[in-house]
Design a protein around this ligand. Structure first.
Ligand code: KG4
Ligand code: ZN
Length: 355
C-alpha cells in the first residue's frame, strides 16, 4: 500500500523538519505546508577548514556529528514547535561528502523512527533550484535550471517540479571551486568566493584577457582549470620564465580578481543562452553559492532584459547551503514519495554524458 501523504492523513503533524549536511554546513529548518520557513539554522564550519584552504572531509563529518542534534534542537525551538508537530523529515542524501551526508541521514533516520514519521530523501542540487520556487511563490517550471556552486556547475532541463534532466556540467573544476582556488592564489583567504568578489570591486574587469573556455562552442560543458592556471601565471609568473610579473600589489590583485570574475561570468551567461536555445524555454532558475555573486546577478538581469528571458535567482540567504531549501521535501511528501529506513547516501558527482 502506498504510504499516506500529508494531504491524506488529516494529521496535526503538519510541519516538515529538514536536515542538510552534504558538505561543510550543518543545517536544519522547519517548514510548513505553504512552504513558509518557520526556522532555519545554519552552523558553518568555515573556521575549521580555513587553515587548510579547503574543506577537509574528515573534519567536516566530525563537526557535523557534534553539531547536528543542537542544530535540530535549535530549529525546533526557533519554530516554537515540538517533535509532536513534525509530520515528516527531509534530508539531503546526494550529492556530497560521504561522511558528511551519512551524519545527516543517520540523524534523520533515527528521528523518523523514534517519532514514527516518514523519511524523505532530497537531492541537494534540486533543492538549490527549488529555492527559486520558494522565492517566486508559484510554479517556475518549465525552465532552464542552473546550479552554480562550490561542487557543481550543472545546467538542467527542469521540465516539471520533480523532473530534472542534466544538460551539461563542468569537465574539471566547478565555478565556485575556481573562485576558491583563485582566491587562494591571490592570498584572499577561504572561502574564496565572497573575498574575491569583494577584491574585484576595486579592479578593472578588462585589465587581463583571460581565457573563456568553450565560450563559442555549441556544447553545454564548462572548464575552468585553464582559467585558473592563467590567473596563477599572471599572478606568480610562469615557472622558469625569464620575465616575471611585478609583485602582487593590492591594485594588481583587484585587477586580477575582476578580470577572472568577468571571464567566469561571460562563460556562465553564454552557456545559459545556449541552454535556452536548445530547450526553447524562456525562463531560467539559478541556485548555489556562486549565484550570490553580485557581478553575476547584475549580468543576469541585463541578459534577461535584453533577451526577454524570465530570470529567477535564489534569494541571498538560500544561495549557500541551508536546510530551508529542502522545502522541496513537501513536493515529495504531498505525492506520497517517502524513503525506506535502509536508505543509503549517494555521494558521487553526476556528470552529463559527453556528446
Ligand atoms: O552552494 P554552496 O554553499 O555549497 C556547495 O554546494 O558547493 O556554494 C559554495 C561556493 C563556494 O565555492 C564559494 O566560494 C562560492 O559558493 N561563493 C561565491 C560567492 N559566495 C559564495 N562565489 C562567488 N561570489 C560570491 N559572492
Ligand atoms: Zn550546495
Amino acid at each position: 500500500m502506498a504510504p499516506l501523504s500529508a494531504a491524506d492523513t488529516g494529521s496535526t503533524r503538519t510541519l516538515l523538519l529538514a536536515i542538510e549536511s552534504s558538505c561543510d554546513e550543518t543545517a536544519a529548518a522547519v517548514i510548513d505546508r505553504d512552504r513558509r520557513v518557520r526556522s532555519s539554522v545554519v552552523a558553518t564550519q568555515t573556521e575549521l577548514h580555513a587553515e587548510f584552504g579547503g574543506v577537509v572531509p574528515e573534519i567536516a563529518s566530525r563537526a557535523h556529528l557534534e553539531r547536528i542534534l543542537p542544530v535540530v534542537d535549535k530549529a525546533l525551538r526557533d519554530a516554537g514547535c515540538q517533535p509532536a508537530d513534525i509530520g515528516a523529515i527531509a534530508v539531503a542524501t546526494t550529492p556530497g561528502l560521504v561522511g558528511s551526508l551519512l551524519v545527516g541521514l543517520t540523524a534523520a533516520k533515527t528521528l523518523a523512527w523514534v517519532w514514527d514519521v516518514p523519511l524523505i530523501a532530497v537531492d541537494h542540487l534540486h533543492a538549490h533550484l527549488y529555492a527559486c520556487r520558494m522565492a517566486a511563490g508559484h510554479d517556475v517550471c518549465p525552465a532552464v535550471g542552473f546550479v552554480v556552486s562550490g561542487g557543481h556547475t550543472n545546467l538542467y532541463d527542469w521540465s516539471s517540479i520533480n523532473e530534472l534532466r542534466l544538460l551539461g556540467s563542468t569537465i574539471d573544476d566547478a565555478a565556485g571551486e575556481a573562485f576558491d582556488k583563485v582566491a587562494q592564489i591571490l592570498g584572499l583567504g577561504f572561502p574564496g568566493g565572497p573575498a574575491l568578489a569583494h577584491a574585484a570591486q576595486a579592479g578593472r574587469p578588462d585589465a587581463f584577457d583571460f581565457p573563456r573556455t568553450f565560450l563559442h562552442e555549441p556544447r553545454l560543458e564548462f572548464s575552468f582549470s585553464g582559467l585558473k592556471t592563467a590567473v596563477l601565471y599572471a599572478a606568480k609568473g610562469i615557472p622558469g620564465a625569464r620575465v616575471q610579473p611585478p609583485p602582487l600589489s593590492p591594485e594588481r590583485v583587484a585587477d586580477l580578481a575582476a578580470s577572472f570574475q568577468q571571464a567566469v561570468v561571460d562563460v556562465l551567461i553564454a552557456k545559459i543562452r545556449l541552454a535556452i536555445e536548445q530547450t526553447g524555454y524562456r525562463r531560467v532558475c539559478l541556485g548555489g553559492g556562486v549565484v550570490a555573486n553580485q557581478a553575476f546577478r547584475e549580468a543576469l538581469t541585463r541578459f534577461g532584459q535584453r533577451h526577454r528571458i524570465e530570470i529567477h535567482v535564489a534569494p541571498w540567504e538560500l544561495c549557500t547551503d541551508n536546510a530551508a531549501m529542502h522545502a522541496l521535501g513537501w513536493e515529495l511528501w504531498e505525492r506520497g514519495i517517502t524513503a525506506p529506513l535502509d536508505l543509503d547516501v549517494l555521494p558521487g558527482l553526476v556528470r552529463a554524458a559527453r556528446s
